[in-house]
Design a protein around this ligand. Structure first.
Ligand SMILES: *[C@@H]1O[C@H](CO)[C@@H](O)[C@H](O)[C@H]1NC(C)=O
Ligand SMILES: *[C@@H]1O[C@H](CO)[C@@H](O)[C@H](O)[C@H]1NC(C)=O
Ligand SMILES: *[C@@H]1O[C@H](CO)[C@@H](O)[C@H](O)[C@H]1NC(C)=O
Ligand SMILES: *[C@@H]1O[C@H](CO)[C@@H](O)[C@H](O)[C@H]1NC(C)=O
Ligand SMILES: *[C@@H]1O[C@H](CO)[C@@H](O)[C@H](O)[C@H]1NC(C)=O
Ligand SMILES: *[C@@H]1O[C@H](CO)[C@@H](O)[C@H](O)[C@H]1NC(C)=O
Ligand SMILES: *[C@@H]1O[C@H](CO)[C@@H](O)[C@H](O)[C@H]1NC(C)=O
Length: 628
């Protein structure tokens, strides 16, 4: 299943109404429908529309003698989400599953259904049955109503290509903006099968893209159509479905539905939009909402800033505002004038790649939708000229590398940081709905907030900048944290992230940095030797002066060593690590007596295992270690 598609299932909550629907991003999701969907205000169900048995029925369900029964003919049903949504300037993503069934023994059937972006919450016009699909009225033929419909048409009228097509209607169903038969895509609307649909409207390329497939198959892009939403519908709209029958019956069902709208800030948009955005952030800061709650409920997606706004916020990217320089570029502290000021971190990346905004946007949305209390939240972005600018939450206590071996951090804080980092990885690897491999776990990428909670940064950038020359170092990872097999298979995996995590664990506990290939071995050897001589506790950072929970320290070091196993298949899963950290009674993983001496590289075919001496074999191509 396509990545973007999975993404939409991340947020499965209902957003409550608020006073400024045109500014806040919104997401809602109906994994299924039951009778209360239509009766308790979750949806507005009009005309013949009902809900039950897990689906919405827009027109009446089949009965065995329906052909003769008039009750299924000339029906119109419409279902709308009751809260208005932003239509522009915005990007819109929606997915749903539909099922269209001709009645038994009925040789013809019709007429079809539509996803509708409607100007208001009223019902379908009075004479909109049959080929009007409940979208518009036979007398006005539309035009007076500002709306956009994506139709799934199962009846061939004289103006239609066939009885199995999709189309986009704005002012007239007889003169659709575009119509396209589904025959070449191998989809039969009347097959009684569940059909997945994804409709995306990309706000600034003003493209509407429709993809479809039978449930369980990979979505196929069916149609791209340029549409200017601002000339078509009001900026705030109601979204939902309509369907109609005419002289022949047919049932039209919707089995699930997710929807998101992401308001955009255009480069030329008035500053009041930014002010509203800042206002929102300030309110949120004031409310001091539990970070946990925020990460679960906020539906924010990265905002688009102008270069001008960000130059202003960072004093023209001045030296005074420079927070640091890393593999990706420089990071500046930014401040939006406000009371109190909103502080952000702006990462400036030389983006010479030929990637367009559309490609960036797709990745940025992916990164932006990842939310967890232990990852650094992406707030916004800007791509003008040569630079890609990414706006992140500001982390007042900098990155973890500033502390290891240099500054005192008590044991509880160190343990909290490691637990947070493990939770972030678990989220990225398993719980985010999108399997995200970080590829470059190291203390420089672990940011600390005012309470020294760990926030993992820079995830997703590898993919975002994958075509960029500047990425070479990143794709290779950082010496000292790179799992041995990565050099051979040339690919990062969740297991190689676990390896890098293990290195961070022993660095944090021992208060020593691993400075590259040689030192990495010596630090790991040092801890293994201590383990061998049953003096693991001697490895602990002298700065702690013995103030720590001995049992917890030992378990933590053993987790670190287990993660550093040269054989990727022997490393613990990050879920197990989190369980061990959170629960003192959780049994440890199986553990070798002495340091495993060989590197086993499992070749991807799975059958071949190559045995390589860990210390003699050259493990890395020569790398620019200055990035570290
Ligand atoms: C309506 O019922 C559904 C399913 O029982 C429930 O999930 C939803 O929260 C309810 N909505 C409202 C507005 O009460
Ligand atoms: C239709 O007929 C079949 C077989 O006679 C029966 O099992 C089924 O329940 C009937 N369906 C309806 C909706 O009446
Ligand atoms: C429907 O068609 C089947 C066979 O095609 C037939 O056996 C059945 O009697 C028909 N039912 C009705 C209600 O016409
Ligand atoms: C339709 O929207 C109006 C305001 O725009 C609101 O007063 C009315 O209650 C809504 N109707 C339904 C059924 O939600
Ligand atoms: C629509 O555009 C997307 C992105 O550019 C592309 O991947 C897809 O193949 C296009 N679909 C069609 C039907 O041309
Ligand atoms: C930033 O640069 C612009 C134009 O180069 C200049 O007008 C402005 O005064 C500068 N602002 C600051 C804060 O230095
Ligand atoms: C951590 O951040 C807090 C809040 O900004 C600050 O008071 C404290 O001095 C910082 N600690 C260190 C060691 O930088």
């Amino acid at each position: 299943m396509a990545t973007v598609f999975m993404l939409l299932f991340l947020t499965t909550f209902l957003v409550q109404a608020s006073s400024t629907p045109s500014v806040e991003p919104r997401t809602f999701s109906f994994p299924t429908f039951d009778p209360s969907s239509c009766s308790n205000g979750s949806l507005i169900c009009m005309g013949s529309a009902t809900a039950g048995n897990g689906f919405l029925s827009l027109t009446p369900e089949p009965t065995n003698n329906s052909v003769s029964s008039g009750s299924a003919l000339d029906q119109v049903g419409r279902v709308l989400f009751p809260v208005p949504m932003a239509a522009w300037p915005a990007s819109i993503f929606t997915t749903f599953t539909l099922r269209i069934s001709p009645f038994p023994n009925s040789s013809v059937s019709g007429d079809g259904m539509a996803f509708i972006i409607a100007q208001d919450n009223s019902s379908s016009p009075p004479s909109s049955s049959g080929s009007y699909l409940g979208i518009m009225d036979s007398s006005t033929k539309g035009g007076l109503i500002k709306q956009l419909a994506v139709e799934f048409d199962t009846f061939k009228n004289e103006w239609d290509p066939d009885a199995n097509h999709i189309g986009i209607d704005t002012i007239s169903v007889m003169n659709p903006v575009v119509a396209k038969s589904l025959n070449s895509a191998g989809i039969d609307l009347k097959s009684r099968r569940n059909i997945k649909v994804k409709i995306e409207y990309h706000g600034w390329t003003k493209m509407l893209e429709i993809s479809m497939a039978y449930s369980g198959d990979n979505l196929v892009s069916i149609l791209n159509q340029s549409i200017d939403m601002s000339n078509t519908v009001p900026s705030t709209v109601f979204v939902g479905f309509t369907a109609a029958t005419g002289r022949v019956p047919e049932s039209h069902q919707v089995l699930d539905w997710t929807f998101s709208t992401i308001p955009l800030l255009y480069p030329d948009s008035h500053d009041s939009k930014l002010e509203k955005f800042i206002e929102k952030r300030r309110e949120r800061a004031k409310q001091k909402v539990e970070i946990e709650t925020r990460s679960r409920t906020a539906a924010n997606v990265p905002k688009m800033f102008t270069q001008k706004m960000l130059a202003k916020a960072t004093c023209n990217f001045s030296k005074e505002n420079l927070l640091g320089t890393g593999g990706f570029g420089s990071v500046y502290k930014g401040s939006f004038k406000d009371d109190p000021p909103t502080i952000v971190a702006v990462k400036k990346i030389s983006a010479t790649s030929k990637q367009g905004e559309k490609e960036y946007f797709a990745e940025i949305c992916t990164i932006g939708r990842l939310r967890h209390k232990n990852i650094v939240q992406l707030l916004g972005w800007c791509h003008e000229g040569e630079h890609l600018l990414l706006v992140y939450e500001y982390m007042p206590n900098g990155s973890l590398d500033r502390y290891i071996g240099k500054c005192y951090l008590d044991w509880e804080t160190r343990f909290k940081i490691l637990t947070g980092l493990a939770s972030a990885l678990l989220y990225l690897h398993e719980d985010s709905g999108n399997r995200v491999v970080h590829r470059d776990i190291k203390p420089n990428n672990v940011m600390l907030d005012e309470e020294f909670n760990a926030h993992l940064g820079d995830f997703g950038l590898a993919r975002l900048l994958q075509n960029d020359a500047a990425m070479t170092t990143m794709l290779a990872g950082t010496p000292g944290y790179l799992a041995p097999e990565v050099g051979f298979i040339g690919k990062s995996t969740p297991e190689s992230d676990v390896y890098s995590f293990g290195m961070v664990v022993i660095e944090v506990v021992c208060g020593r940095r691993s400075k590259g290939i040689m030192d990495e071995n010596s630090l790991v050897d040092y801890v293994w030797n201590a383990y061998g001589s049953k003096e693991l506790i001697n490895c602990v950072d002298q700065m702690l002066e013995g103030e720590f929970d001995g049992e917890q320290v030992k378990r933590t070091l053993m987790v670190g060593l287990a993660c550093l196993h040269p054989d990727s298949t022997q490393r613990p899963k990050i879920r197990k690590v989190v369980q061990i950290f959170l629960n003192p009674d959780e049994p440890l993983m199986d553990f070798p007596e002495t340091r495993p001496g060989a590197v086993y590289i499992s070749v991807s075919s799975g059958s071949t295992t190559t045995n390589v001496e860990s210390k003699s074999a050259p493990r890395w191509p020569s790398l620019d270690s200055s990035i570290y």
